[in-house]
Design a protein around this ligand. Structure first.
Ligand code: PLP
Ligand code: COI
Length: 355
């Protein structure tokens, strides 16, 4: 049970134009912080004005990258707001914590902390089409020593950012390049955990991709460099000859909550959805012989993002005439309809909060 101390900001920030948000550029007036030590467990839970966090120069996170995070969203409704499957994020955060030897958090405390913070910064939830309040809970190891070991001290923080679409393209198809050299994760590594190090390892290929005009990198598995894994900030799905194929969760792919939800929706709609190993050769062959009907990514930030172009080995393949495919659009409409409270939430996915 949390006992959150609240210190309100003395002056509130000027809010940005909610129709021109981009992603992760603005932050709300407050943040949640809680400390952990092996002796005291989680303690000193507080909501304070948004600001810098002092860290010791030897802090574990600065040297050995002990950091995990989550990404989720709050959507404004007629009488408050709602969050999409927040207990799934709580669970994944604990799975990540277990992998990196960071302390776990009671899922109820995780959700309560977010609720209390969003309640205070409720006015920051944007309402313009395609916008939401992005919630970024994160935790870092905070021992003040250079020894390499499971941490004894950690800090858990939640910050909030009103966002529009993740990609500059919005709902227009993105261009993705399949990476042959760098790998993001290997089985037995940390691929399934949402830890900062995975993203650090992805930056070089992402930079090269951006220089070539691609939005993101599509990773291949780290062992055989053969099987499709995921994109930098989203899982991927392909409609091949009427069937939906998505890479199976082998341990090096992030188990996306949007992915899981999309699979449930697609199966309910009667589609055959197969989670399996999908080789890049099979994917490119399908693109070449016209069997790759649609491709899209799934993610909290990315939502459902159509892929209009796939580049492999210097050859660029157009998908779905570089337009959003019918099924991609239908899935986007259904999922965002549930998240924005416009469609019936028959699966009880949303946690509704009245203000
Ligand atoms: N894969 C990666 C590497 C991600 O960063 C994300 C974003 O969270 C996803 C997949 C999609 O996960 P989710 O749908 O839970 O947001
Ligand atoms: C998310 O979709 O929540 C993510 O974490 C992706 C990202 C911005 C790295």
């Amino acid at each position: 049970m949390l006992n959150i101390k609240i210190e309100k900001a003395k002056t509130l920030k000027q809010k940005p134009d909610f129709t021109k948000l981009g992603f992760g550029k603005y932050f709300t007036d407050h943040m949640f912080i809680m400390d952990y030590s092996n002796e005291k467990g989680w303690h000193n839970e507080r909501i304070v004005p948004f600001g810098y966090i002092p860290v010791h120069p030897a802090s574990t996170v600065l040297h050995y990258g002990a950091e995990i995070f989550e990404g989720m969203k709050a959507y404004k409704t007629a009488d408050g707001y709602q969050m999409f499957r927040p207990y799934e994020n709580a669970k994944r955060m604990n799975d990540s914590a277990e992998r990196l030897c960071l302390p776990t958090i009671d899922p109820e405390d995780f959700v309560t902390a977010i609720r209390e913070l969003v309640n205070i910064d409720y006015d920051w939830i944007p309402t313009a089409e395609g916008t939401s309040l992005y919630i970024r809970p994160y935790m870092f190891g905070n021992d003040e020593t250079l020894g390499v070991h499971a941490v004894h001290n950690a800090t858990f923080v939640i910050i909030l950012s009103p966002v529009g679409s993740y990609y500059a393209e919005g709902l227009n198809p993105v261009k993705i390049i399949i990476e042959k050299d760098d790998v993001r994760a290997v089985r037995g590594g940390t691929g399934y955990a949402k830890c900062g190090g995975n993203y650090a390892a992805s930056l070089r290929a992402g930079k090269v991709a951006a220089e070539k005009g691609y939005s993101q990198v599509l990773w291949l598995d780290g062992v055989e460099r053969k099987y499709i894994e995921e994109v930098g900030a989203m899982n991927v799905m392909f409609k091949i000859d009427g069937e939906i194929v998505t890479p199976m969760l082998t341990g090096s792919v992030l188990p996306g909550i949007t992915r899981k939800s999309a699979i449930e929706i697609l199966k309910e709609w009667g589609y055959k959805v197969t989670e399996r190993l999908l080789s890049v050769d099979e994917l490119i062959e399908a693109a070449e012989n016209g069997k790759l009907e649609e491709a899209w990514g799934t993610g909290t930030a990315a939502v459902i993002s159509p892929i209009g172009n796939l580049c492999f080995d210097g050859v660029s393949h157009t998908v779905s005439d570089n337009k959003i495919g019918n099924l991609t659009q239908k899935l986007y409409d259904e999922l965002t309809g549930i998240q924005w409270g416009k469609n019936k939430d028959s699966r009880n996915w949303c946690l509704k909060v009245k203000i």
